[in-house]
Design a protein around this ligand. Structure first.
Ligand SMILES: [Zn+2]
Ligand SMILES: [Zn+2]
Length: 421
């Protein structure tokens, strides 16, 4: 679902259309770059047609938009589903249970401290909403779980959770959908008005922040949907987070002269006590890889290498598995250097938090003998020791990008598709 939002530039006031995935606004009129920062979820509303003097009477009903991938690990294997849905956050008789296709049929508006009217409370449990959404949308073929099948693990990855409010206008003759101006015949305006609604709350306010390097003041580089900005002056990398910019350790493996692309990976060093994995050698043994662990692998801490960019679920898992298993080739042949900004660096579009949530899935995906790993998954509590962002070199091979050294292969078509996820 492609959803757009109408946004005015904080510098010149020009009207800009953004995708709801965008975290960076580059104004086409004044060229000023700003990034969008909010303490919690982003909040939007469908545009209403209510006259200005009546805006204060609007009741905003919350709908939760979830976009992401749901993965499950069961005896049958790993299954997944791409989910993009809105669910009512304050279920009331007469209100639609979902916004359906409406958010993509019109440009949304961002709610802000200027928005008048009142907001109905969120009356559902977020986890329950996700579980319900997962049930409604039957998972991929493998997933058709039999009722009695054991579910070892479930994860939501690459998720965006945002609020899209439906504006409603209570009138003496009933409740009206303020987008279309149509009556909601089965709704009870009195019941809605009796709910514990609030005006706009200050901590919902989205801020525009300057994209200046916190260390040296240089303008940071990044594209619309990227989550990490880089400074080409002092060669640092900054995560766009809930509290502004935070620096992340960042390195690069410089490739040979025919390197066509650098792809970012989150490298997460972990202990997995429940499955007795501390070293890379432990991992190779526990997941039964067709490799004989070398002596030096016993000293090599276990690291997961997870794509820091969005990919389709199946390819995301496969790429993470390939990069994780082939890490020994990197440490043997590659030269890790402090990050420096070079051309052809692919943007980071998958946040570190999501990468961390995928650790157990990648462990499951790597297991050649399911029975040795799957039953332990509910007890695995990854102890994360350190995290960093690493750019790896890829060569252009016809239809694929091929990692050098390492051999992780990603189809070009897939990577392009990933930007639209
Ligand atoms: Zn502007
Ligand atoms: Zn800098």
């Amino acid at each position: 679902m492609k959803i757009q939002v109408e946004q005015s530039c904080p510098q010149c006031g020009g009207s800009v259309t953004l995708s709801v995935e965008d975290r960076l606004l580059t104004c086409p009129y004044c060229q000023v770059k700003s990034f969008l920062q909010v303490a919690g979820a982003f909040r939007y509303a469908l545009p209403n047609r209510v006259r200005a003097e009546k805006q204060g009477q609007i009741l905003y009903a919350p709908y939760l938009r979830f976009k992401g991938n749901i993965f499950t690990v069961s005896e049958a294997g790993i299954a997944y589903k791409v989910l993009d849905t809105t669910q009512d956050g304050c279920p009331q008789p007469g209100l639609p249970p979902s916004l359906g296709l409406r958010p993509q049929a019109m440009k949304l508006v961002r709610i802000s401290q200027e928005t008048r009217g009142r907001f109905l409370p969120l009356a559902v449990n977020l986890q329950k909403v996700l579980e319900k959404a997962a049930r409604i949308h039957a998972l991929s073929h493998k997933e058709s779980h039999k009722e009695d099948e054991v579910l070892y693990h479930r994860a939501y990855i690459g998720e965006t959770l945002s609020y899209i409010y439906l504006p409603l206008l209570p009138r003496e003759d009933g409740l009206f959908d303020a987008v279309l101006g149509e009556p909601l015949a089965h709704a009870d305006p009195a019941a809605l008005q009796a709910l514990n609604s609030t005006p706009f709350r200050p901590h919902w306010q989205m801020q525009f922040l300057a994209t200046l390097c916190p260390r040296c003041g240089w303008t940071l580089d990044g594209e619309g949907d990227c989550l990490v900005l880089t400074c080409s002056n002092c060669d640092t990398a900054w995560i766009i987070g809930k509290n502004g910019l935070t620096q992340t350790p960042c390195t690069i493996f410089p490739g040979p002269s025919d390197t066509a692309l650098y792809l970012p990976f989150w490298r997460i060093r972990v202990n997995l006590p429940a499955v007795e994995i501390q070293s890379f050698a432990d991992f190779i043994r526990r997941t039964n890889q067709p490799l004989v662990p070398r002596k030096e692998w016993e000293q090599q801490p276990m690291q997961f290498w997870i794509p820091a960019f969005k990919l389709r679920p199946k390819i995301f898992l496969r790429t993470a598995r390939q990069a994780t298993i082939s890490q020994w080739r990197l440490t043997r042949e590659g030269q890790e250097k402090e990050m420096r900004v070079v051309p052809n660096m692919y943007p980071v579009t998958l946040p570190l938090s999501e990468a961390r949530q995928s650790l157990k899935l990648i462990l499951a995906e790597s297991a050649t003998n399911k029975r040795k790993i799957y039953p332990h998954l509910p007890y695995v509590r990854p102890e994360v020791i350190s995290t960093s962002l690493v750019f790896l070199p890829f060569r252009d091979r016809h239809h694929d990008w091929v990692q050098i050294p390492g051999g992780t292969v990603i189809a070009k078509s897939v990577l392009h598709f990933g930007r639209a996820l």
